[in-house]
Design a protein around this ligand. Structure first.
Ligand code: NA7
Length: 552
């Protein structure tokens, strides 16, 4: 789907094409486009892909689905929208999510403000005009007052630097760049490299179709059942009736989930009680295994080890071959130290004689060859190689957009030692630039805290406009403060340094924590303070006279 609307030059003599230029038509960008228009700004959106969806456009590999409950991931700004969309499953598959996001775009008449197949290659701040000039690879060149980069945290696919990748004569795909036309797996010899959320989602879905499936695992993960289910008509009625209460919980909870927190600690219970409780957790949906598990399971080594041992026993019970089972049990990290994947029939899949597991810790990949993959044990031939090797998390897309702020400052240089932000949405030296859903915001159910940021940005822009300013910029003190808070929080996070939340999966990337351990409560608290103090936290000024209002 290609749509190239002409920019609507603002009829205000400013020479601007739009008030707000948004980059990225994912969940966050669509919401920003909607809210900007609703608040009386002109807004235009550029999207690199050929359609709406962001993550849910690019990650169209078989088996890709939510692991947040569908209706908790969806938009909550319109009761009518909520009522009219009936999610088929508790955890929707990618095609349904893509359909939903297209529905939202059309229902709120947003498509005419979107330009697809337009990847931004440069964004330059113009002084003293206080505007951004944005260039995209479709020939777009647009001037905007504000630039909102909703480019996503998991949007730049990562390929490991293995020799010979280009030599492979079969077909290969990265899960995060999956083609629109269906891939024919039937009768093919398939390799899947990587066992994070994407690898463990695709493998069981294609296992029955293929001639053979070989999974290349570098690190085992603590996979637990997603426990997906259809949503019944009765459940839909209950959800509609309880919408306001549910919205209240989702809009205020720590991680944006409905799963209630558990106040008990693992050793408050006897061994038998723990086993029963862990069984309940094993059978619970998705992230309940983190949110509703024992309060200390992510923070106390002994409690974590109990839960891990429970999972390990499940793996040994499910997987027939003890050697394979043993390889599938992580030895190098506890549950929750990395972002845990949730699975359907993943362990069961290894009982299928067509499926084999290669442990790359024992036999590393030496090179990719014309015919397949060579490990230290020899070459295996494949028709299809699936790269499920992850993403350049948090900063990947922002650092590839050619963003230049005051005095030509490159964002790559400003963030050479890791991202520096205030509220995870602005950085010093880049006035009128925002990046909701980027690094340093919170953690959990992404649309919820990304939405908090979009609402805040829209409120801020409205305040700026209503008070006769047109430039908003955070000063270095608050950027330092927020960044230091994020850095300090790294040690309080359950995630370990091996997690991609520290950038460790990308060679050469600074090892910095990319989430905010204070989570939404910290975000809410600071946002409330900023609003209560009439945005004095920011430097507000007018482009015409540069009249600085100072900084709080
Ligand atoms: P992840 O979770 O980053 O997983 C990437 C996988 O690729 C992981 O198993 C890696 O092993 C593996 N990997 C990376 N480099 C290599 C090399 N060189 N050789 C072999 N294997 C490698 O990405 P996903 O796409 O699965 O999930 C990303 C997010 O999307 C997920 O968290 C959800 O939020 C949705 P490693 O563990 O680094 O040893």
């Amino acid at each position: 789907m290609i749509d190239h609307p002409e920019p609507t030059h603002l009829d205000d003599g400013s020479g601007l094409d739009t008030d707000v230029l948004i980059v990225g038509a994912g969940v966050t960008g669509i919401y920003q486009l909607y809210l900007a228009h609703k608040s009386g700004f002109s807004a235009l959106l550029l999207e690199a892909g050929g359609g709406v969806g962001g993550t849910w456009y690019w990650n169209r590999y078989p088996g890709c689905r939510f692991d947040s409950e569908s209706y908790t991931y969806a938009y909550l700004f319109s009761k009518e929208l909520f009522d009219e969309w009936e999610w088929a499953e508790l955890f929707a598959e990618q095609p349904e999510t893509e359909r939903y996001l297209n529905h939202v775009v059309d229902r709120f008449d947003l498509r005419r403000h979107m330009r697809f197949d337009a990847r931004v290659t440069a964004a330059t701040y113009d002084e003293p005009a206080g505007t951004w000039t944005v260039v995209a690879d479709d020939g777009s060149r647009l001037r905007s007052r504000y630039l909102v980069a909703t480019t996503g945290v998991l949007s730049v696919p990562f390929y490991p630097d293995l020799p010979g990748r280009q030599d492979f004569r079969g077909v290969s795909f990265h899960t995060g760049l999956w083609p629109e036309s269906p891939v024919e797996f039937a009768g093919r010899r398939v390799a899947v490299i990587g066992t994070g959320s994407s690898g463990v989602q695709i493998a069981p879905v294609i296992a029955d179709q293929v001639a053979s499936l070989t999974v290349y695992q570098r690190s085992a993960n603590w996979c637990t059942p997603l426990n997906n289910a259809p949503i019944t008509p009765e459940e839909h009625r209950r959800l509609r009736a309880g919408f306001e209460a549910m919205r209240e919980v989702l809009n205020t909870s720590l991680a944006g989930f409905l799963h209630p927190a558990n106040e008990r600690s693992a050793f408050d219970d006897s061994e038998d009680e723990r086993r029963v409780f862990f069984e309940t957790m094993w059978n619970s949906p998705g992230f309940a295994k983190l949110s509703s598990n024992y309060a200390d399971v992510l923070f106390d080594d002994a409690a974590n080890a109990e839960w891990c041992e429970f999972i390990a026993k499940k793996v040994r019970d499910i997987v027939g071959d003890p050697e394979t089972a043993d390889k599938l049990i992580p030895k190098d990290h506890g549950f929750g130290e990395k972002r845990p994947p949730f699975v359907t029939d993943y362990y069961e899949m290894y009982n299928n004689p067509k499926v084999s597991l290669i442990d790359l810790k024992e036999t590393p990949i030496v090179r990719i060859t014309e015919r397949g993959i060579e490990t230290t044990e020899g070459e295996a031939e494949f028709d299809i190689v699936v790269w499920a090797t992850g993403f350049d998390f948090g900063t990947g897309a922002l650092l590839r957009m050619g963003i230049r702020g005051r005095d030509g400052l490159a964002l790559e240089d400003h963030w050479a030692d890791g991202p520096r932000t205030f509220l995870g949405l602005q950085t010093t030296g880049f006035p009128n630039l925002f990046f909701p859903g980027g690094p340093h915001a919170a953690a959990g159910n992404n649309p919820r805290y990304n939405g908090d940021q979009v609402e805040f940005i829209t409120h801020a822009l409205t305040f700026v406009r209503d008070h006769g300013y047109d430039i908003i910029e955070v000063g270095p003190e608050l950027e330092d403060e927020w960044t230091a808070m994020v850095d300090r929080g790294a040690s309080k996070s359950p995630f370990g340094e091996a997690s991609y939340f520290f950038g460790t999966n990308i060679p050469g990337k600074p090892r910095k924590y990319l989430l905010n351990s204070g989570g939404r409560p910290k975000l809410f608290k600071e946002i409330a303070k900023v609003v209560a103090n009439d945005y004095q936290a920011f430097r507000l000024s007018r482009s015409s006279d540069g009249g600085d209002r100072g900084e709080g």
